[in-house]
Design a protein around this ligand. Structure first.
Ligand SMILES: NC(=O)c1ccc[n+]([C@@H]2O[C@H](COP(=O)([O-])OP(=O)(O)OC[C@H]3O[C@@H](n4cnc5c(N)ncnc54)[C@H](OP(=O)(O)O)[C@@H]3O)[C@@H](O)[C@H]2O)c1
Length: 303
């Protein structure tokens, strides 16, 4: 199933922090893979043309040398800057969600921001690279470490920046329910972004817990699955391949559609550096899986 007139609207909508967006969005982590920035610009413009109004990014998504680990300097291409080049001035309906926590220190080393000063620097870097006065959504992306598990101090620092007008809405990433509860006691949480896919199911309960609280659940690695940063392979589970064949779609589209079937609050942000894959992904928002399909895909049970 390819595009033919299907837009992001086919996936339905969700109100994120009061703004209605399509449940089919776009993840920008893969944009810097292609050495030609014109390709990324084409992908981004096509996404918006297809009705995508939710783009996920981070100031540390850059190349060359890989998605996260690229070297800074003249050769570096940043996803945030490609977004700015392709789409600034931004359409008013476009919501750009970014994340802080992981980042690159002023001296070029990888860092997991923990202090309010580090977080502020990362927020300011996002503002500068995206050329905006206020960030739509900032997710606090944590790295779980025993003994350093509370998000309270970091989330409070972001809440202060929200009060200052630098951020409209806050979210969390790579978290458990107890982190969500800790953060919501400080300021509203509009979204939770965790890895979640047909074959990464540890957050089944969290998807529902977020739904119960009106919080969007935004899975990453919905297509890549356990391949994670290495990306999607062609080595698909038998059930996924069968459902794909029955519907005349690709296994990647089935994986994406499956996540959208896990709850109205689930928002897709598939990542790709290819216009063709982008069009396929948007089209997957129109794929309706039946009870039999879902049972085959999730033999352990489904909602
Ligand atoms: N919060 C976090 O910690 C975190 C971590 C990772 C990612 N993210 C966000 O989540 C987004 C999604 O994650 P992701 O990009 O890693 O994984 P993904 O969306 O699950 O999958 C991306 C992989 O699938 C391939 N792909 C995409 N569409 C395809 C299609 N229609 N047919 C075949 N292959 C396809 C991509 O390659 P091609 O480029 O060749 O299409 C890439 O290898 C990221 O872009 C990023 O914005 C957040």
């Amino acid at each position: 199933m390819i595009n033919e007139g299907i837009t992001a609207a086919a996936a339905g909508t969700w109100k994120l922090g009061g703004q209605t967006i399509h449940r089919m969005g776009f993840g920008s982590m893969r944009l810097t893979v292609n050495p030609d920035p014109a390709v990324a610009v084409r992908v981004l413009r096509r996404a918006v043309e297809l009705g995508v109004d939710h783009i996920d990014t981070a100031a540390f998504y850059r190349s060359p040398g890989g998605i996260l680990a690229g070297q800074a300097g003249e050769q570096a291409r940043y996803a945030t800057e490609l977004i700015r080049e392709a789409l600034w001035p931004y359409p008013k309906e476009l919501l750009i969600a970014t994340k802080v926590g992981p980042g690159v220190s002023p001296t070029g080393e990888w860092e997991a921001a923990v202090t309010p000063a580090q977080l502020r620097r990362q927020v300011e870097e996002n503002l500068r690279r995206l050329r905006v006065d206020r960030l739509d959504v900032v997710n606090l992306r944590i790295v779980k470490r025993p003994g350093h598990d509370s998000v309270a101090e970091r989330f409070a620092a972001l809440a202060a920046m929200r009060d200052e007008g630098l951020i409209r809405h806050l979210g969390l990433s790579n978290v458990r329910l107890d982190h969500v509860l800790e953060a919501t006691a400080i300021a509203p949480v509009v979204c939770v972004q965790n890895s979640y896919a047909i074959d990464i199911r540890r957050d089944d309960d969290l998807v529902q817990a977020c739904a119960d609280r009106g919080i969007a659940f935004v899975p990453f690695f919905a297509i890549a699955g356990p391949g994670r940063e290495d990306g999607a392979g062609e080595n698909h589970d038998e059930a996924v391949r069968k459902v794909a064949a029955d519907h005349g779609v690709t296994p990647h589209q089935v994986r994406l559609a499956w996540t959208l079937h896990q709850g109205r609050n689930v928002l897709a942000i598939p990542g790709t550096g290819s216009v063709e894959h982008l069009e396929e992904n948007v089209a997957a928002g129109a794929l309706r899986l039946g009870r039999d399909d879902l049972a085959r895909l999730s033999p352990r049970g489904f909602r």
